[in-house]
Design a protein around this ligand. Sequence first.
Ligand code: PHB
Length: 392
Amino acid sequence: MQRRTVVAGLAGSAFAATFAGGIQIAAAQEVVKIGLIATLTGPQAASGRQKVAGARLFMAQHGNKVAGKTIELIVKDDTGVADQTRRIAQELIVNDKVAFLAGFSLTPLALAVAPVITQAKVPAIIMTAGTSVITERSPYFVRVSFTLPQQTVPLAEWAAKNGVKTAVSLVSDYGPGIDTQDAFKQRLEERGGKVVEQIKAPLANPEFAPFLQRAKDLKPDALLLFVPAPTAGSLMRQVVDRDLAGAGIKVIGTGDITDDDQLNSMGDAVIGLITSHFYSAAHDSPLNKKFVAEFKQANPNMRPNFIGVSGYDGMYAMYEALKKTDGKTDGTALVEAMKGMKWESPRGMMSIDPATRDVIQDVYIRKVEKKDGELYNIEFDVVKDVKDPLHK
Ligand code: PHB
């Protein structure tokens, strides 16, 4: 009788151990899906290519197991059309049951998913779109890219300190362009300068020549430029053709116009151009050197830009959030887990503002220089821990 109990007890504990092991295996097989909505065709295709490459590099380096779960990245092309972004977001949530959405190459694409993510309580990680107001449109947005005012205010400070008394701005006519021109004007004028004209070019099929000619005729000390990065190549070709520098006009802009992905094809005429931005492929840190080398190795003929690094950092934020929730995919808990998160990115230190879910990061002033036969944005000054000025 006694012996039987002992045997039964042993068998019971062996069963319990096997059962527990089974649960662990089941948990590891449980898949957490991330829906990456990228723009992979159309005029903004370079944006999608960068963020997918950045996200895939993060997974190649860190594996696909997090908090006992298996991460699956589902990549979808929204072609840069907001209706597509919204439809794809709905499908990913309803059919694929994704724990996160990520991507958003343009401001209107991010805005289009705001009601969808709010209703479904699914976090959406913004990896490009930079209009300030986006994160206010849903409590489920978390931004790891940037805002345009965050980049522009340090540039206006630099301009005021470097002899710019009069300026003209030329921007793409939509959210991030308007944010750029307004933030620049406000800060330059607070510092005693004057923006004499704000010129806006259409976002679709822009023909910059007449606008650049208008800016040249106004003879300002500086011309401030913003266009979404994939449009920078065509803008800068026309800027070079007009020889604004030869007319004594300093051309400046956010780093979108000297995008690392296209900078080499802009030619030596852009050497010396001053921009402000949060990421340069030339950023001098061991982590960035490793990032750039491995990115190039995995993606021949590409150099990471600010969108690539945001794809990479977005994956970091999602992995860490899942670790904090112990693999649980409750959307509200995942957003809470990302609030206040701070880490070293290839761009430098960054964090998520717990009050606004927007990125806080260093903004660098850079100059285009030639190094080892390639053009780079070389950082020469920095403003630390910059918050979006419109969210303060
Ligand atoms: C945006 O649409 O918010 C956007 C896109 C590309 C950029 C910057 C901002 O380079």
